[in-house]
Design a protein around this ligand. Structure first.
Ligand SMILES: NC(=O)c1ccc[n+]([C@@H]2O[C@H](COP(=O)([O-])OP(=O)(O)OC[C@H]3O[C@@H](n4cnc5c(N)ncnc54)[C@H](OP(=O)(O)O)[C@@H]3O)[C@@H](O)[C@H]2O)c1
Length: 257
């Protein structure tokens, strides 16, 4: 396995692709992921999230290599018909509410056009829970320090542990489900408030230190979907094994499992 960084394969540059062979499986995790920054730099976001995947797909097509491309729940916007218990399925229309989501949707379409045999895998609210700066890691740090925290309770999604996501990606590599699009996220749905409370509980801190606030309390440059939970039924019919429930995943991530 080879893990390439942006200096080794700048996907925005069509001439930068390394030599690929028909035995290769490329998993494109590269993206412009600064959701707020993308609002002020849409061309930069598009170069990596839309043009980049097109370049990767063309390089794979030319070499006969397989491609698994990672996309996001932020292609959905949480329209007025959406809410708890109505997660987005593969065939629900996308309606991104920010530049990042729109650029990722363009990337999905570019991959499908350039390499119809590619698999686009949408995931959501990804975390390791380790020493990084993802949501779970940050909340775990505050919990261990006994800090109170205000967390939004009006954004709902499907938190996903990288360990479980990697297992799903490896299953896709090995078993080749014949699907151009899949949803791979931990089961169930949660608000950021729910997720933070679960983190506090998992590290033995008092969940009541987490207080609910509305998104208006934390204005950001980019709008966020109010609801972007992913449904997995159609992906399971296509052969993807369901990922464990999100609560179980948080506990395992923080236990280092
Ligand atoms: N994190 C989430 O909650 C979440 C949710 C849904 C979907 N996703 C998707 O999951 C994938 C991985 O996200 P992540 O959270 O791991 O993002 P991340 O930590 O920001 O990593 C993005 C990576 O993309 C690389 N990159 C940026 N521009 C590049 C370019 N022009 N060419 C090649 N590589 C480039 C960066 O490499 P350098 O460091 O070398 O620049 C970095 O390693 C993305 O497709 C993202 O859209 C993430």
């Amino acid at each position: 396995m080879l893990a390439l960084n942006s200096a080794q394969w700048n996907i925005a540059d069509p001439a930068a692709a390394p030599a690929l062979s028909s035995d290769d499986v490329v998993v494109n995790c590269a993206a412009y992921t600064n959701v707020d920054g993308a609002e002020a730099a849409p061309a930069d976001a598009r170069a990596v999230n839309a043009t980049g995947p097109a370049n990767v797909a063309r390089a794979c097509a030319a070499a006969g290599a397989r491609l698994i491309h990672i996309s996001t729940d932020y292609v959905f916007g949480g329209d007025t018909d959406r809410g708890p218990g109505r997660p987005y399925e593969l065939d629900d229309p996308a309606d991104p509410v920010n530049v990042y989501g729109a650029s990722k949707l363009d990337g999905e379409r570019a991959v499908a056009e350039a390499l119809p045999t590619a698999t686009v895998v949408r995931t959501s609210w990804v975390y390791t829970g380790g020493s990084g700066n993802d949501f779970v890691a940050v909340m775990a740090g505050k919990a261990r320090a006994g800090q109170a925290v205000d967390v939004v309770d009006d954004q709902v999604g499907s938190p996903t542990y990288t360990g479980d996501l990697v297992a799903a990606l490896l299953q896709i590599v090995d078993e080749r489900p014949a699907a151009p699009l899949l949803h791979a996220g931990n089961g169930g749905e949660a608000s950021r408030f729910d997720q933070a409370r679960a983190v506090y509980a998992a590290v033995g801190a008092d969940p009541d230190l987490v207080r609910p606030v509305g998104s208006g309390a934390h204005p950001r440059p980019a709008a966020r979907p109010s609801y972007s939970a992913l449904a997995h039924g159609q992906s399971e019919w296509a052969g993807l094994r369901p990922l464990p429930p999100w609560q179980d995943a948080v506990a395992r991530a923080l236990a280092g499992a």
